[in-house]
Design a protein around this ligand. Structure first.
Ligand SMILES: C[S@@+](CC[C@H](N)C(=O)[O-])C[C@H]1O[C@@H](n2cnc3c(N)ncnc32)[C@H](O)[C@@H]1O
Length: 349
């Protein structure tokens, strides 16, 4: 019986075949744009081999080619609207472009997730170091993505976070500090003299043991007293429960997290923020950073990269979430990193 027939979408091709007629035109336009993009990248690759000195002009062309194809991707999303079709088409785009785009160390990494998840510590370290790691066309593609607004945002975020923490260590001594989803703990390494002088005690937690090993190796030459930095493999989601957070970490003077809250759905994030704010001593500070979706183009992360884990939130969303977590507005200050893409909220208890 026909009614019993189940239609299952198994492959990207199946999904693409399900595109309605009025949408077909945009699939065609995008298909042609992808082929043109690849053709022009191949031409550029030959040019690089022939005249490697023409660096600025080549980089300008790489940027223009990517901007052009991403505009067509944005138009496709706006017209087609169907999330399944859009996801399958992004995946098709990445496969089709992979032979060339994978020549970029950075793009390959943010497409293939060698640590098994998006936004791992080496990916972030690549952005912090801001140095291309590939040859030929890969070199230019590395440079192109290191210039994305959010790549500037990651470097600006690190700088602003360091500044905010430094101000805490200047104002007060003996602070107990909790760094949630710490990754490579780069800001902690940069603050070693302040940590020593102010006798701060850090606890850094992350799920990725490799990130923690990397951080520990970097701390080693700093010769910090063992009680000054504790690095622990720990699932931050356990801290939703205030009693667990209290039992496992105890009260803190500064709690901060950057690059993690963007990945949590609203209800999880509200619970976690509420629990963290409760964990603060009186006068303590919760520092939370978010990516402002009004300040970057999501297509870069959804088409060139396979990095859709962070949610597209804006200032209105952050402030609603912080409010739902019970953090009083009059206890909160907001600032941005120098690129403007990252918003920091510091909430005092
Ligand atoms: C985008 S990175 C940010 C790292 C670091 N804060 C920085 O700014 O360089 C996000 C980090 O969150 C960690 N992470 C993801 N889920 C986690 C969880 N449930 N508990 C603890 N860490 C987690 C990842 O391992 C990763 O190191």
């Amino acid at each position: 019986m026909k009614d019993d027939l189940k239609y299952e979408v198994n492959t990207e091709q199946d999904v693409l075949w399900s595109v309605g007629e009025e949408q077909e035109k945009y699939t065609l336009i995008l298909g042609q744009a992808i082929e043109r993009y690849m053709e022009e990248l191949r031409t550029l690759e030959r040019r690089i081999a022939g005249d490697p000195a023409d660096e600025e002009a080549i980089l300008r062309d790489v940027v223009t080619l990517n901007d052009t194809v991403l505009k067509v991707c944005a138009q496709f999303e706006a017209e087609v609207k169907d999330e399944n079709v859009i996801k399958a088409t992004r995946s098709y785009f990445r496969k089709r472009t992979h032979p060339l785009l994978s020549k970029s160390y950075a793009i390959n990494r943010i497409r293939t997730w060698p640590q098994g998840y998006q936004g791992d510590y080496k990916t972030l370290e690549t952005a912090y170091r801001n140095t291309p790691m590939s040859d030929g066309i890969g070199y230019y593609l590395d440079k192109y993505i290191l210039d994305w607004p959010l790549a500037h945002g990651l470097r600006g975020r690190l700088e602003k976070l360091t500044e905010l923490l430094q101000a805490e260590f200047t104002a007060r001594q003996d602070l107990k500090v909790l760094d949630i989803a710490c990754g490579s703990c780069r800001e902690v390494s940069m603050l070693v003299p302040d940590i020593k002088r102010s006798k701060a005690r850090f606890t850094c937690i992350d799920l990725d043991g490799d990130a923690l090993d990397f951080a520990v190796k970097r701390f080693a030459p700093a010769d910090l007293a063992p009680e000054q930095i504790t690095v622990t493999k720990y699932n931050a989601l356990r801290m939703f429960d205030h009693d667990i957070a209290q039992a496992e970490f105890g009260p803190q003077d500064v709690i901060y997290s950057v690059g993690y809250f963007d990945y949590l759905p609203d209800d999880f994030l509200v619970k976690l923020l509420r629990s963290l704010y409760q964990l603060l001593n009186k006068g303590g500070k919760l520092i939370a950073a978010f990516k402002d979706a009004d300040r970057y183009r999501a297509q870069e992360y959804h088409w060139i990269a396979d990095w859709d884990g962070f949610l597209q939130r804006t200032v209105k969303d952050f402030e609603r979430i912080l409010g739902e977590a019970g953090i009083p507005v009059d206890k909160m200050t907001m600032t941005r990193d120098r690129s403007g893409t990252i918003v920091f909220y510091s909430s005092t208890k």
